[in-house]
Design a binder for this molecule. Structure first.
Ligand code: 8OZ
Length: 366
């Protein structure tokens, strides 16, 4: 049996053609080489096993040491990291897949032990988030951040630019800016974390400025048709909040659309949690954005089909189902059962729970 829905139709995303509308969402796995933060030996196998997705988005990858917030997440700022990622993109391309890398600066969601010389993590304002990070093999409170000086902001934008250049050198088809889940760009955008009195704080225009400047700089390097962005208008992830997310994101998305970014990837609701945590008009931002709308958070086959048929999204990003089902596309096509995921092997470790989930082909016939 093969189910026929829009989900399995191809899609033209800027200059590249995706084989179907399923996107593998960015998923943090903490398996990079300790110390160098080069994608681990199994990463190429892991991503290429999932190459039948229309588009793969890598796990969030820090653009600088300062941008790292968790143990053993991969970077995209050193030559060795670029070489490690090249092995990933080559293997994905060999298997006919397309892959973007997610560019990440965690801002205040970090720990002094991950920063150069034990420095404080940086943030729009010196406000510590209530939350934990994973470091030194255990969960620890995030550290007290310091507010970035106005004069340091161009350096952050430069780090995003350099990471974009590196991503292209590593063979990625494009880049996704991590503008979601309570990390640096969302910390600037939302007034719960941004109390600045300069050109990057106060009004919606000022708070949105860094996200839009980074988007412009990244798009200038990669091409706007190879640049996407992920946002999460109402997520409470990592202790983030805003007094008026609708007005904020209507403004931000107008700006992103003017920059002609190729897609807008939206975490609808609470990241990894309830979709209806707070009222938000997603149709409003879909309408404002000229490029593709990638919907994410808690989708299954039925909801994905419904939303694509209604024209409310162009692509659907699946997260955890892709961890445990390398052949998720084929399984959904056939209406086959899905493997359950094991939460204990999400973050850190080796092949177990990473590259050893079975495909249908590997299962004994019934
Ligand atoms: C889970 C654990 C650590 C980081 C995100 C990059 O939420 C993450 C992340 C997820 O975007």
């Amino acid at each position: 049996m093969s189910r026929s829905t829009k989900l399995f139709e191809s899609y033209k995303l800027g200059p590249i053609t995706l084989a179907n509308r399923l996107v593998m969402a960015p998923l943090t796995r903490n398996r990079a080489v300790p110390g160098t933060f080069v994608p681990g030996a199994l990463a190429a196998e892991y991503y290429s096993q999932r190459a039948s997705a229309g588009l793969l988005i890598t796990e969030a990858s820090q653009i600088s040491q300062q941008g790292q917030g968790y143990q053993d997440t991969p970077g995209i700022y050193s030559k060795e990291q670029v070489a490690g990622w090249r092995k990933v993109t080559d293997k994905v391309h060999e298997r006919g897949g397309k892959i973007f890398i997610q560019l990440w600066h965690v801002g205040r969601i970090s720990h002094v032990d991950l920063q150069a010389n034990g420095a404080a993590p940086v943030a729009p304002s010196a406000i510590r988030a209530k939350g934990k990070t994973f470091v030194n093999g255990t969960f620890a409170d995030v550290s007290e951040p310091r507010a970035l000086e106005l004069s340091e902001i161009p350096g952050i934008i430069d780090d995003f630019k350099r990471a974009t250049k590196n991503a292209l050198e590593a063979g990625f088809d494009g880049v996704e800016i991590h503008g979601a889940n309570g990390y640096l760009l969302e910390q600037f955008a939302k007034d719960g974390a941004n109390k600045r009195a300069d050109a990057y704080g106060g009004s919606i225009e000022n708070r949105a400025k860094l996200m839009l400047e980074v988007s412009k700089a990244v798009a200038a390097e990669a091409g706007s048709d190879r640049t996407g962005i992920r946002i999460s208008p109402v997520t409470p992830a990592n202790d983030i909040s805003d007094s008026n997310p609708q007005a904020l994101y209507d403004y931000i998305v107008d700006g992103l659309s003017a920059l002609k970014l190729v897609y807008l990837h939206v975490v609808e609701g609470a990241t990894g949690g309830p979709r209806d945590i707070a009222p938000f008009d997603y149709a409003s931002i879909r309408k404002r954005f000229a490029g593709a709308y990638v919907a994410n958070n808690g989708y299954d086959f039925d909801l994905a089909t419904k939303v694509l048929d209604a024209g409310a999204a162009d692509l659907i990003a699946f997260g955890k189902p892709f961890i445990s089902n390398p052949d998720l596309v084929e399984r959904l096509k056939q209406g086959a059962a899905l493997n359950d995921w094991d939460k204990n092997t999400f973050y850190g470790g080796g092949a177990k729970g990473y590259t050893d989930y079975p495909t249908l082909a590997a299962e004994p016939a019934e």
